[in-house]
Design a binder for this molecule. Structure first.
Ligand code: ARG
Length: 569
């Protein structure tokens, strides 16, 4: 497709002294169609040119030479220049591209560029909770979108499979292992052992000592401790896999914290040499006060064990070397903002090329709240994820039973609808916002939900079923799509690729979810206002083809978010 934004930027570049690449990043797509298809804000040039933005706009408008077949009108509105694109050309570009197979919106922008994304990362022997679900869902959506744009992306499940808690679990298992059926229900049983041993540790210093000793032994590769640790890890992973199967999650690497356990001497040595590693109350820390971070980063605890942060530092070195990344993303809740600030700051001392430290990015997200308040382990209202997903499927099934009892493959569709509802809910608002988890809202077929996107998609499918054959693009009379409703859709379809690029600029999948809602709404208006199946063949063909195009983009977009699309529901 012709890239209209680039075309405009090229022309503005000729009359200013700013590169077209930079100008392209300034150009906006106005929300309100009365402001044209593209808007160039002149504010950024005001300081340099020492002129008022409206004057700059006027000057650019006078000097600029744009192809009239592409841009039909340029208007000044305040400090903005608004550009109007030839509608028929845009229509032709969009629909012509649809005819080229299944890759609408695919790009090569990411070719040869490496991205690492660290997401999901539940902790062994503890429940996979709703925060990990959010991380899994946001991470998977980003993964798919980057990949669609041609990036070389590596997804890492940085499992929490190491740390002093394993010393405790080993001790608990030694004492009472026989009493618990950990093969049957590993996570719950291990959690019970963990709680019990913690109680005992509080009362008995000697037991605590034994726990510490176990962890030390694990670090030193003592066979018995390693064997138990492997058992806990394996059983936990089997449990986690149930959730991953429901969500369809895949990872390229399962290197968790344990993977880095014997690689850490390197980090410590480098930090020692940098002179920044100092003793404090028996621990070794890096003070970050001068970087505006009040809490120091602990590298080695007073009992000699390394920390979560130390393992993350080693992981950075490993990822830089192994994946030569441009960006390394970390998807966790905002509770870890301080952790990543510290780690990213200390990483600058590791002697890595600057491009690696500049590429580190914490993709944080808000909490999941029940309508009644925070979900938390301590208050006991923790929801087991597998149960939650199964409940989503069950509820979707009930709705389908009411609405469409004769539907074929009800179970399969219920799974697609239920899981997608949960996924879409996780992605529908900007990620830093806390999210309210409310069944009625997320499963509402008419709300701004996953099921609504699916429902609209199914609608496009049933329209297509009414015609024998999809009309050929070359035979379509594009002028039949000049009405407002069709044009709203065309414009949205045109902006699909740009939407995906914005997602990767901000690591914000909600930009795509909002887009899909807009598209579904635009289609609903089109559907309500325009008769699609009519006597007039030319009109019908054009509208059917547009319907086909909407369906295609809804499906591609929804699948990029991790949803699955039913053909009927
Ligand atoms: N296991 C951690 C948790 O549950 C998340 C790990 C995130 N990744 C990382 N490299 N620190 O909170």
């Amino acid at each position: 497709m012709i890239n209209f934004k680039t075309k405009i930027a090229e022309q503005i570049a000729k009359v200013t002294n700013i590169s077209k690449e930079e100008l392209e990043t300034y150009i906006e797509i106005p929300k309100d169609t009365s402001n044209g298809d593209y808007a160039f804000p002149c504010f950024r040039l005001a300081k340099e040119l020492k002129k008022a933005p409206p004057i700059i706009a006027q000057e650019i408008k006078e000097k600029i030479e744009v192809d009239e077949n592409i841009v039909t009108k340029i208007e000044i509105a305040g400090g903005y220049l608004n550009f109007y694109i030839n509608k028929e050309l845009m229509t032709k570009e969009v629909l012509g591209e649809m005819a080229n197979g299944e890759s609408y919106g695919k790009s090569t922008i990411g070719k040869g560029r490496n991205i690492v994304i660290d997401y999901s990362a539940p902790n062994i022997a503890t429940p996979f909770h709703i925060g990990h679900l959010r991380s899994t869902v946001i991470g998977a959506a980003l993964y798919k979108i980057y990949q669609y744009l041609g990036y070389n992306i590596t997804g890492i499940n940085h499992l929490g499979d190491y740390g002093t808690q394993f010393g405790k679990l080993i001790e608990g298992y030694k004492l009472w292992g026989e009493e618990y059926n950990i093969d049957q229900d590993p996570i719950n049983e291990l959690t019970k052992i963990y709680i019990r041993i913690n109680e005992l540790c509080k009362k008995d210093e000697k037991v605590l000592e034994a726990c510490r000793d176990n962890f030390k032994k694990l670090e030193d590769k003592d066979p018995y401790c390693v064997e138990l640790w492997e058992k806990f890890r394996k059983l936990s992973l089997q449990e986690f896999q149930k959730v991953y199967d429901l969500l369809g999650s895949k990872f390229d690497s399962w290197n968790g914290e344990a993977f880095y356990s014997d690689k850490m001497p390197e980090v410590i040595e480098i930090l020692e040499k940098s002179g920044k590693l100092v003793e404090s109350h028996g621990a070794k820390i890096v003070d970050l006060e001068d970087k505006g971070i009040n809490t120091p980063c602990i590298i080695i605890k007073s009992n000699g064990s390394k920390t979560y942060a130390t393992r993350d530092l080693e992981a950075i070195m490993y990822r830089a070397r192994t994946y030569d990344y441009e960006k390394a993303l970390y998807v966790t809740s905002y509770e870890q903002i301080l952790h990543f600030k510290q780690v990213f700051e200390v990483a600058k001392l590791l002697g890595l090329d600057e491009k690696y430290t500049n590429g580190l990015k914490h993709v944080s997200f808000g909490m999941v709240l029940l309508p009644t308040g925070k979900m938390s382990t301590r208050e006991g209202n923790i929801i087991k994820l597998e149960d939650l997903l199964n409940e989503a499927i069950e509820r979707a099934k009930q709705i389908i039973e009411e609405k469409n009892p004769d539907l074929e493959d009800k179970d399969e569709v219920a799974k697609q609808v239920g899981i997608s509802a949960v996924i879409f809910n996780d992605l529908s608002n900007s990620r830093v916002k806390d999210e309210i988890f409310d069944w009625d809202t997320i499963l509402n077929f008419q709300g701004e939900t996953g099921p609504y996107i699916q429902y609209t998609y199914v609608r496009t499918k049933s329209v297509l079923e009414k015609v024998e054959q999809l009309p050929e693009f070359s035979k379509i009379n594009l002028s039949k799509l000049s009405d407002e409703y069709s044009q709203n859709i065309i414009k949205l379809l045109y902006n699909f690729e740009d939407t995906l690029i914005q997602v990767t600029n901000k690591e914000e999948p909600s930009i795509l979810s909002r887009y899909l809602i807009e598209l579904a709404k635009a289609y609903s208006s089109f559907y309500n206002e325009n008769k699609i199946i009519t006597e007039e063949q030319e009109i019908q063909d054009a509208r059917v083809y547009l319907t086909y195009s909407v369906g295609k983009v809804l499906k591609i977009g929804a699948e990029l978010l991790g949803m699955q699309m039913p053909n009927k529901m």
